[in-house]
Design a protein around this ligand. Structure first.
Ligand code: ADP
Ligand code: MG
Length: 601
């Protein structure tokens, strides 16, 4: 008997599960499905995004419906159009072997008459946004007076978006005897109010700790002065060549402005906010899903519908007013078993907000430094070398080879490599050579007397004695910062805090240790092979390392449990990012081509 069968699902659903390739139920499914199948009960289920809540209510709902009746029996309320459509699509997949089950989505921004027509044909399940639902009830286009099940999905987000009154009114049109199932990632006061007011003795299940972020997300903050926010954002992007991120701003205006600047500077960026038409938003989202957009700059409201699984970074360009909102933002990454990073750019005066968030989400932040120009150049250089290595040879170049060979005649391999790499590197290094340190100086919150960065020399050694290394494995090889740290401390027989500042890129990574370990580490890795391949560790030329030491005490992530992450799978997304205006002689031309691709609407 498979695990889904053990939960009590009927054969038709098991067949659908098999088709979808679900192997094991998720925790929320394991807990919710048996309860919902067996009892007629109200339920409050708390689980993070990406934990499979749709199936947790969808399977029992489908199994309990009377397919022979065309009456609307289940109502699902969900905060956004995107989520409505997603849920509807999932439910259609789940019910593909059921006879005569109709699921209809109702949401704003589309023809109400068409939606009414679909309802009229008989929809046992209606998936709706509160606004449009209220509207349709008012016009008597939908009848929910006989429903047996009402599901409030993403209840916290619906309340965040101000749907309380709408929900109240919608529920007043439903029968008292129905069961109400409430699903939410978090349990703010407002959600408890709903549970108290509209539910009868709900059973409660919780997956993971209440109100806590997922364990797969590392939280980092970067202190800069207010006017350096934008350059800091650029550096964070430049230091992560494979970034696939959502950048959160507080207002539509800032969202638009930051996206425009990024595009102008040659990044594959796009804006998502409420002033765009639905059609424009769809286009941006579709480019983002296809990874043509690497940096999606969004407002909180507009980002609600985003469920893209492999977002590597969430960047808080500005902190939100509400702590709950931070939780929603960071929950966009670290989904589906992958790890992610939530970065916050803060000014010194906002530091107490970081502490407030730490208390609320029960996770510690790591204080990080905005990468220096040299560090970025180094990262980009290795990235470039790997890109060259992985580039598939285009057979069309064959025709030109004789002529090209003529041009390059007499240059030996060594020199050729230097030249090829310099083509790009000079661009980066020109741009960054005169760049300043963006990290806001002044007392650090943990240690009153932050030493300035000037004490460092340029050989990976720093004033505090720690050493930074380069290692030639990365996410492509299945590592993330947690698993790589585990790997290193196991291989090197080091303690948990001896390896720090682990920073994984696609094909390579960096980490730090105290200088006393350097000889042993270099010796160990001179001959070390894994799966037939030499693993190479070198002392990094970039000085950034030293400063990592100070954070060690604050790391809350034990990293031990991680494992199993398959990494983000060496996707080389055809990205074509430029460093900055005027940073390269040919950037003008290249930039305009990337502009077209960047999909800003
Ligand atoms: P949530 O509503 O909790 O954010 P979803 O219901 O949207 O999560 O599910 C997230 C993703 O996980 C979806 O792509 C879904 O198809 C997939 N999924 C759900 N349950 C399972 C499972 N048991 N095994 C594998 N994938 C699953
Ligand atoms: Mg969901």
């Amino acid at each position: 008997m498979n695990k889904f069968e053990a939960l009590g699902l009927q054969q038709t659903l098991l067949d659908a599960v098999a088709d979808m390739g679900f192997e094991n139920p998720s925790e929320v499914q394991e807990k919710a499905i048996p309860i919902l199948l067996e009892d007629e009960t109200d339920l409050v289920a708390l689980a993070q995004t990406g934990t499979g809540k749709t199936a947790a209510f969808g399977f029992p709902l489908i199994q309990k419906l009377h397919a022979d009746s065309r009456t609307t029996q289940g109502l699902i309320l969900s905060p956004t159009r995107e989520l409505c459509l997603q849920i509807t699509n999932e439910l259609k997949l789940y019910s593909k072997y059921e006879k005569n089950i109709n699921v209809v989505a109702i949401y704003g921004g589309a023809s109400i008459t068409e939606q009414a027509r679909q309802i009229k044909r008989g929809a046992q399940i209606v998936v709706a946004t509160p606004g449009r639902m209220k509207d349709m009830i008012g016009r008597r286009l939908v009848d929910i007076s006989k429903i047996d099940y009402c599901i409030l999905d993403e209840a916290d987000e619906m309340l965040n978006m101000g749907f309380f009154e709408d929900i109240k009114e919608i529920l007043s049109n439903t029968p008292d005897e129905k069961s109400t199932w409430l699903f939410s990632a978090t349990m703010p006061k407002e959600v408890s109010v709903i549970a108290k007011k509209f539910m009868h003795k709900p059973q409660e299940i919780t997956v993971g700790a209440k109100n806590s972020g997922t364990d797969t997300v590392q939280h980092e903050y970067y202190v800069v002065s207010g006017r350096d926010r934008y350059p800091a954002l650029k550096r964070l992007a430049d230091a992560n060549p494979d970034i696939f991120s959502v950048v959160f701003c507080r207002t539509k205006r800032d969202t638009q402005r930051v996206a425009e600047k990024l595009i102008e500077d040659g990044y594959n960026a796009g804006a998502l906010h409420g002033d765009l038409s639905q059609n424009q938003r769809d286009l941006v989202m579709s480019s983002f899903r296809k990874k043509q957009i690497q940096m999606l700059v969004a407002t909180d409201v507009a980002a609600r519908g985003i469920d893209v699984d492999d977002i590597t970074h969430v960047i808080n360009y500005q902190l939100p007013d509400e702590i709950e909102t931070y939780n929603h933002r960071s929950g966009r990454t670290g989904r589906a078993g992958k790890s992610g990073i939530s970065m916050v750019i803060v000014t010194r005066s906002e530091m107490r907000k970081i502490s407030a968030i730490e208390r609320k989400i029960k996770r510690d932040f790591i204080s990080k430094k905005i990468p220096t120009g040299i560090e970025i150049c180094e990262t980009q250089l290795y990235h470039l070398a790997n890109k060259i290595k992985d580039t598939e040879i285009n057979t069309d170049v064959e025709n030109y080879l004789p002529a090209i060979n003529d041009v390059l005649e007499g240059i030996d391999r060594e020199e050729l490599i230097k030249k090829i790499v310099s083509v790009e590197f000079t661009r980066f290094s020109n741009y960054y050579s005169k760049s300043k340190d963006l990290n806001s100086s002044g007392p650090d919150r943990e240690r009153g007397n932050d030493r300035s960065d000037r004490g460092r020399n340029d050989r990976g050694n720093s004033s505090d004695g720690s050493v930074r290394y380069f290692i030639n494995v990365g996410e492509k090889d299945g590592y993330d910062w947690m698993t790589l740290k585990d790997f290193l401390k196991d291989k090197l027989s080091l303690g948990r805090d001896d390896v720090f500042k682990v920073d994984t890129k696609d094909a390579f990574s960096f980490f730090n240790t105290e200088a006393e370990h350097t000889d042993a580490i270099l010796a160990f890795f001179t001959e070390y092979k894994e799966n037939g391949r030499f693993i190479n560790v070198e002392v990094s030329k970039s000085p950034e390392g030293g400063r990592g030491g100070r954070n060690r005490g604050r790391r809350s992530y034990k990293g031990g449990s991680g494992g199993g992450n398959s990494g983000r799978g060496g996707s080389s997304r055809g990205r074509d990012r430029k460093f900055s205006k005027g940073s390269a002689s040919n950037s003008g031309k290249r930039r305009s081509s990337s502009k077209k691709k960047s999909g800003f609407y």
